[in-house]
Design a protein around this ligand. Structure first.
Ligand code: SF4
Length: 449
């Protein structure tokens, strides 16, 4: 068993209880109310008391026992060196569709880390398979009322789940959902199905959707996303890409379930990700069908939201600038993945129709790094962008979508920075938020509202 050394404090918030008590960065939190703290969940739960005895070890080794009276929900004002306050749990699966297995060698080491840690589900919204979650973990989720939790189902057929996840306990692990969704737990779950052609689609998808409806209302939504296939699949399970006809079938299946489920439960529950609509060449569903955009992070409804926000923003800009819009002038460029290119092009054309002096070059970037079948903007690399835009007309500024960057970072998946792109293409590079208001403002060259 790992030796318990407490948790190193990295930050103390100005004006906080911790600062008043002279707790400093570098100190270690050892115990709260005489109990050791396993991880961030223990900590968050334990500090919700109005009386706390906190044991701190100072940098010189001296131990302080601090007696604190505070409001129930008042924070202590400390942050820890390790946000999870524990080691990250890696996954115990070998999924046939795992994207990490399809990445080329030589990328940044952290990109190869396979996490499957339920704590990251609450903290960062990661999807977990439940295969390495113990009964004790479930007890804690129920006790601490940790919710929502995001679960990667793939299928409810136990044997098929074992095969897809490459884990003989993966079918059994589904039983944990029964505990989480038992009457009165109040735990909310969002689910995901990564669809693999000829594996968990068709009748298997029917079965999964039907089985999963029994968990409503705890299970609030399930998204169905197509498997991502890079060009690095040598030696991996043979998976085929979905084509337009497949996408139409998947959408029809999902939309027919939506009608049934809505009539019974008042929610649409099962959602096809935007990719299916692009692939099928069909318009995106109306806003109401996304149940408050509950699966936005999973690429469900992003385009509907973007289009609606954009149209709203254009009306607003027309009101603000009226006839002056005819005289607006600028020449800019936008680079996107192939998937969203037609949609962004259509929005850019709308702007040029209103303001003929505005010239917008929209470029679709083919993903040579991972292979052409990867069409989402979020997996584009700096080297592809530079190579494909070199010598093209870029105007006064090039805009790239913000989902190319991991939050708070300024480099892309291949470690090329925004500065590198700007230097190589000799143009200022701006980042466009995935937000229709922001996009409209950029295209018209006005301040976002
Ligand atoms: S759970 Fe499956 S898809 Fe996720 S990291 Fe592990 S092997 Fe890959």
């Amino acid at each position: 068993m790992k030796k318990y050394n407490g948790h190193k404090i990295s930050q103390v918030m100005p004006g906080s209880i911790a600062e008043e008590l002279n707790i400093e960065p570098g100190d270690f939190l050892l115990k709260i109310n005489d109990e050791i703290i396993e991880d961030i969940f223990d900590f968050q739960y334990m500090v919700q008391e109005d009386h706390l005895d906190i044991l701190i070890r100072k940098a010189d080794g001296e131990e302080w026992l601090l007696d604190i009276d505070k409001d129930f929900d008042e924070e202590l004002g400390i942050e820890f060196e390790n946000g999870l306050m524990d080691d990250y749990r890696s996954c115990s699966n070998k999924c046939i569709f795992c994207f990490i297995d399809q990445m080329p060698k030589g990328m940044r080491e952290t990109l190869y880390f396979k996490d499957d840690d339920s704590r990251l589900s609450f903290l960062q919204g990661n999807y977990v398979t439940l295969t390495n979650m113990s009964d004790k973990d479930i007890d804690r989720i129920l006790k601490y009322h940790l919710s929502p939790i995001n679960v990667s189902f793939q299928t409810t057929n136990p044997e098929l789940r074992c095969k897809m996840l490459g884990n003989r306990f993966a079918g059994e692990a589904l039983k944990k959902v029964d505990r989480l969704c038992a009457p009165g737990t109040g735990i909310e779950i969002n689910g995901q199905i990564v669809l693999c052609k000829g594996v968990n689609d068709g009748d298997e998808l029917e079965r999964s959707i039907s089985d999963l409806t029994k968990y409503i209302p705890n299970l609030q939504s399930v998204s169905v996303v197509p498997v991502g296939l890079s060009k690095y699949r040598d030696g991996l399970y043979p998976l085929e890409p979905f084509d337009s006809e497949d996408a139409k079938k998947v959408i029809d299946e999902i939309e027919s379930w939506q009608k049934k489920i809505y009539a019974e439960h008042g929610i649409h529950f099962i959602h096809a990700s935007d990719e299916w609509y692009f692939l099928a060449g069909r318009p995106f569903p109306e806003e109401e069908r996304y149940d408050g955009y509950i699966q936005l992070e999973n690429g469900v409804g992003m385009m509907r939201l973007l289009i609606n926000e954009f149209d709203e923003a254009v009306e607003d800009i027309k009101q603000r600038y009226g006839d002056k819009l005819k005289d607006f002038k600028q020449e800019i460029s936008i680079a996107t993945g192939r998937l969203v290119y037609p949609c962004i092009k259509e929005l850019a054309d709308k702007v040029s129709e209103i303001s003929p002096g505005i010239k917008i070059h929209v470029y679709e970037i083919i993903n040579e790094f991972f292979g052409e079948r990867i069409t989402v903007s979020g997996l584009l690399t700096g080297q592809d962008i530079i190579k494909q835009l070199k010598g093209r007309e870029l105007g006064q500024e090039l805009f790239l979508p913000e989902n190319l960057l991991r939050s708070g970072e300024d480099y892309l998946l291949d470690d090329v920075t925004i500065g590198d792109i700007s230097k190589a293409l000799e143009v200022p590079v701006g980042i466009s938020k995935c937000d229709g208001h922001y996009l409209a403002a950029i295209l018209f060259g006005v301040e976002p509202e």
